[in-house]
Design a binder for this molecule. Structure first.
Ligand code: SF4
Length: 464
């Protein structure tokens, strides 16, 4: 699990959260948000509520009366990082409330840091707020404390994560998320849509749909229809696509019904172009035996056939995925199958992790753990192939005109993303000349004139 990049970390002064100076007597809270985009959404929700209750958000430890640390407990390395962040907040501020995934193990936290004020688990928003109220009582002012239209967002204003469900019904052996976050609980579609509408009204240009298992959305509520909206990913994607923002789907598993999403992406179909031609599918491996040992959902899916069908229906589709190499019992032959599969699948964007034990995960007890040096060697071979594929795919874009969204502009240029690039995890398109009139959130067409291993460079077409 990665930590939010510096410009998304509230503890490192995100400009939009810090432009308001707290008024005299206004209670002020700081937040350190660690972990994945899903944890970031939790942080946003907590801050939204606190702002609605009249709290100011401090960009640094010293301006805050207490600090919330939203932790990640997915990997042992993430746990260590969370403990370190709690220690730093205690040293710098002294009043610390811990929440998030690692909060599911309160003894682990209080064993290392007995001075923390409270420990709450993932998505226990009410408990976090109770702990904040106890540490720093609210001082409401109904004339001033209006909730901003889009809530408080830790991500830049022009894109926002949209969480559609919590938890997961699967039991992948390397993962403890179902133990920490529980079984799948889908938000009603009308509630997701209302949140999305508010975000778009407030200027959000790109919605990033996230959950543990996006294609399973609504399974727990039997895809119930409520207030005219059915809780099914195809319906939800269509509804979200009608709002006029870019809609990007993350964490989609290759279930057969994913096929029905593709026409919403393809510009050559009647309903097409509603959502971005982009699927983030965590395949994790390609050998059926490895997948079985991982207890992955859709382990038996004929993924190459599915990919071919998606590409047939939507030739522009970008496929991103993550993989684990060196999973217990992975033989050289299994790994070679993965490499051959990747050769054939030609995925556009790929992330790869070397298997790591996670405390409490069932994979720890599997036989035949792979030696570290073998994991490293497989990782290098995998990344070499993935990089070559990425490079060739990007080279083929040189000369094309593509729509991009501008993320940032400084004196050196504009950092943008094409429809094929999700923020934080994929590449960028850079404009080095003639960018001065651009602003973050703008969507413009560029001509691609150079390609690297993961990024593109382009220029704005000359005006006629
Ligand atoms: S699908 Fe598997 S890896 Fe993903 S959250 Fe569920 S159990 Fe974990």
């Amino acid at each position: 699990m990665s930590q939010n990049p510096p410009d998304l970390r509230p503890d490192l002064a995100h400009a939009r959260l810090t432009q308001e100076t707290p008024r005299p007597g206004q209670p002020t809270i700081g937040m350190v948000s660690l972990g994945c985009p899903k944890a970031l959404v939790d942080s946003e929700r907590i801050l939204t509520r606190l702002r609605a209750e009249g709290y100011a958000i401090s960009p640094d430890y010293h301006g805050a009366e207490a600090v919330i640390v939203n932790t990640c407990g997915f990997l042992d390395s993430a746990k260590a990082e969370s403990l370190e962040a709690i220690g730093e907040a205690l040293r710098e501020n002294g009043k610390v409330i811990v929440t998030g995934c690692l909060g599911a193990e309160p003894d682990y936290i209080t064993g290392a840091h007995p001075r923390v004020l409270a420990v709450t688990g993932p998505h226990q928003y009410e408990q976090v707020l109770d702990a904040v109220h106890a540490a720093v009582p609210p001082a409401p002012d109904p004339f001033i404390d209006l909730l901003p239209a889009a809530g408080v967002s830790l991500t830049p204003r022009h894109y926002s994560y949209l969480k559609i469900s919590e938890g997961c019904n699967h039991h992948c052996k390397f993962c403890i998320i179902p133990d920490m976050r529980g079984r799948l609980v889908s938000r009603p579609a009308h509630a997701v849509l209302r949140e999305a509408e508010k975000l778009v009204e407030a200027g959000v240009k790109e919605l990033l749909v996230i959950s543990q298992d996006t294609s399973a959305y609504g399974v727990d509520i039997r895809h119930a229809e409520d207030r005219g909206h059915r809780a099914h990913i195809t319906d939800l994607a269509r509804d979200l696509g009608s709002l006029g923002a870019w809609v990007r789907l993350h964490y989609v598993y290759p279930y057969p019904h994913v096929r029905h999403l593709i026409p919403l992406m393809a510009t050559n179909s009647d309903s097409g172009g509603l959502i971005l031609p982009y699927l983030d599918i965590p395949f994790q491996h390609a050998h059926p035996e490895t997948l079985k040992r991982m207890a992955r959902p859709a382990a038996a899916a004929k993924t190459l056939d599915e990919i071919a069908a998606w590409r047939r229906d939507c030739p522009d589709i970008t496929l991103r995925s993550t993989f684990i190499v060196g999973y217990p019992g992975e033989t050289e032959a299994e790994f070679q199958t993965l490499l051959d599969w990747l050769d054939e699948a030609q995925l556009d964007r790929v992330g790869c992790f070397q298997y790591e034990n996670v405390a409490g995960a069932r994979a720890n007890d599997l036989p035949d753990h792979v030696p570290e040096e073998v994991k490293q060697e497989r990782w290098e071979r995998f990344m070499e192939k993935a990089q070559a594929i990425s490079e060739a795919k990007l080279a083929a874009k040189v000369g094309q005109r593509l729509e991009v969204i501008v993320d940032a502009v400084d004196e050196e240029g504009a950092t943008c993303r094409t429809k094929a690039d999700a923020p934080e995890i994929d590449g960028n398109l850079f404009i080095d000349e003639g960018f001065e009139g651009l602003a973050p959130g703008e969507i413009v067409t560029v001509e691609v004139d150079e390609a690297g291993e993961y990024d593109l460079w382009g220029r704005l077409p000359a005006k006629p």
